[in-house]
Design a protein around this ligand. Structure first.
Ligand code: FRU
Length: 533
């Protein structure tokens, strides 16, 4: 009897301690969220599991919506859902429940969403405009059965500020034309002049424009791109929007076409075309046409980690910005980067502008101004000559792990050296980003940045990007966030985004000058705050 009682006591204390154990693991997971090694602190990433492309972004009733390709059961790619987050300031994100689940028509691949202000779809109620999403269905059952018509387009709507979505019962609204393997990533825009919805679709090696009065009855308008631009891979995730050109005040249309592989530093990347769009045809600007012959692209971002980027729709007129966000990874290694709880993040949101240059119209990207609210302590750099290196670690008084830098260099006549910023840690790992004057190229060098073992394609060499500006003053605006660097050079004329995985955080920083002195005209370094704490 005594033994039995003792046994019962033992069993119950074990049970209690197991429960406590379970609770404390849950607490720890809660605590660890957004604090894990390599976790970005001011970029959006899902609390857990897999993410790829940003999807369906629109602004409505004070909120920026961000959906994204998400697999909630694993941190590698799988059956696609639309994850969901909202922000009031493009900086702090609130995670919301999954918006769209796969159904009998297939996985929910990438797409877009917009406010149907005129209720053309008829989904609205009592004067409330519906929010309508259009996405690609990817039917794996058909695919496995060898039926090539496995991608179709469907729609869904919401009447509760995007919190819940109802799929249209007559989906797909745009069936597969017949045996077309790649036809996806619909971007819907309301074209005011022709009073219709236009959808831009990526179809293998070209873009197709389709039109509908109501988001349901689609007819084909035109095609673009078979014989122009970069074609090193399949075309995906397009976007189309007008921008007013800074110097001339004319309106031009920008067509973004993501491509995988075939990027400027290999793998996935976003190219763009500038021209006119009349509601039917996209006509490439003659200046740019010479720039992007078959096989050559101009790029939104020259780094390896900005893919599938598209822009928000329905920003208030008084705001007037065109804001872009990308997926901060590359299909060359996205599934195997060394994180486990979650995998992959979005880039910083960027404001896009168009400039007219000698070489044609050029896209200019700048980090959104809202990011300035994350600035904490700062450090002013005065005019100085850098020979070999200028260590800033002790002077700063804060770690460069989460930081923003605005640096201005002067390029002396005939300068040939390299200069820039180096982050490093006590393990001897380092990351460099800067400018090579002889080559007239920016570079991002993660070849010594820590864990590279997961993929040979991650860092075979430094990535490079051309300098377009001819100014003597060279400006580098940089953001470092634990495991990523974003460079907006020359006011956003050249952009590079790259990720890295050091064995411990980079907490040392220096400016370097190789092969000659560099002239720093001045600068400022800011510590940035985490958005998750
Ligand atoms: C781009 C992409 C899209 C597709 C989605 C699937 O990264 O391949 O073309 O819709 O990802 O997750």
């Amino acid at each position: 009897m005594k033994n039995l009682i003792l046994g019962l006591i033992l069993i119950s204390t074990t049970l209690i301690s197991c429960q406590q154990g379970a609770e404390s693991t849950a607490d720890q997971t809660e605590l660890a969220a957004y604090s894990e090694a390599h976790r970005p602190q001011f970029h959006f990433s899902p609390k857990e599991k897999w993410m790829n492309d940003p999807n369906g972004m629109f602004y409505y009733d004070g909120e920026y919506h961000l959906f994204y390709q998400h697999y909630p059961d694993s941190s590698v790619w799988g059956p696609m859902h639309w994850g969901h987050a909202v922000s009031k300031d493009l900086t702090h994100w609130e995670n919301l429940p999954i918006a769209l689940y796969p159904d009998s028509l297939g996985y929910i691949f990438s797409g877009s969403a917009a406010v149907d202000w005129n209720n053309t779809s008829g989904f609205g109620k009592s004067g409330q405009p519906p929010l309508v999403a259009m996405y690609t269905y990817h039917d794996v059952v058909k695919e496995k059965a060898g039926n090539n018509s496995y991608q179709t387009q469907g729609i869904a709507w919401s009447l509760d500020r995007g919190r819940t979505w109802t799929k249209y019962d007559k989906n797909p609204v745009l069936p597969n034309p017949g045996g077309v393997r790649d036809i996806r990533d619909p971007k819907i825009i309301w074209h005011e002049v022709s009073k219709q919805w236009v959808v831009v679709l990526a179809v293998g090696d070209h873009i197709e424009f389709w039109g509908a009065p109501d988001l349901k009855k689609w007819t084909k308008l035109s095609e673009f791109g078979k014989q122009i631009g970069a074609h090193g891979g399949v075309w995906e995730c397009p976007d189309l929007f007008p921008l007013v050109v800074e110097q001339t005040n004319e309106t031009k249309w920008v067509l973004i076409v993501n491509i995988n592989p075939g990027g400027p530093n290999n793998g996935s990347a976003a190219q763009y075309f500038v021209g006119d769009f009349d509601g039917k045809n996209f006509k490439l600007d003659a200046g740019l046409a010479q720039d992007v012959p078959l096989g050559k692209g101009v790029w939104v971002d020259w780094g390896k980690d900005n893919y599938a980027g598209v822009t928000w729709s329905d920003l208030p007129k008084e705001d007037g910005r065109r804001i872009f966000i990308g997926w901060m990874s590359n299909w060359e290694y996205a599934n195997i980067v060394p994180t486990t709880i979650w995998r992959n993040a979005a880039t910083l949101p960027r404001t896009l502008a168009l400039a007219k240059r000698e070489e044609g119209y050029r896209l200019i990207s700048q980090p959104v101004k809202e990011l300035q609210t994350l600035r904490g302590e700062s450090f002013q750099l005065s005019k100085t000559e850098i020979s070999e290196q200028l260590d800033l670690t002790d002077q700063l008084g804060f770690s460069p792990t989460l930081s923003e830098m605005e640096l201005e260099f002067v390029l002396p006549e005939g300068s040939t050296g390299s200069f820039g910023v180096e982050l490093s840690n006590a393990k001897g790992e380092s990351y460099r980003i800067g400018y090579n004057a002889a080559a007239r190229q920016f570079f991002s060098d993660r070849t010594h940045s820590g864990n590279l073992s997961f993929s040979e394609k991650f860092a075979p060499k430094a990535s490079i990007a051309p300098r377009f500006s001819k100014e003597k003053t060279l400006r580098m605006h940089l953001f470092f966030d634990v495991a990523s660097a974003e460079l907006f050079a020359d006011g956003g004329a050249t952009v590079m985004t790259e990720i890295f995985f050091p064995g411990e955080n980079f907490n040392q920083v220096k400016l370097f000058a190789d092969g000659g002195k560099a002239e720093l005209a001045g600068g400022k370094v800011y510590q940035l705050k985490s958005i998750w704490k």
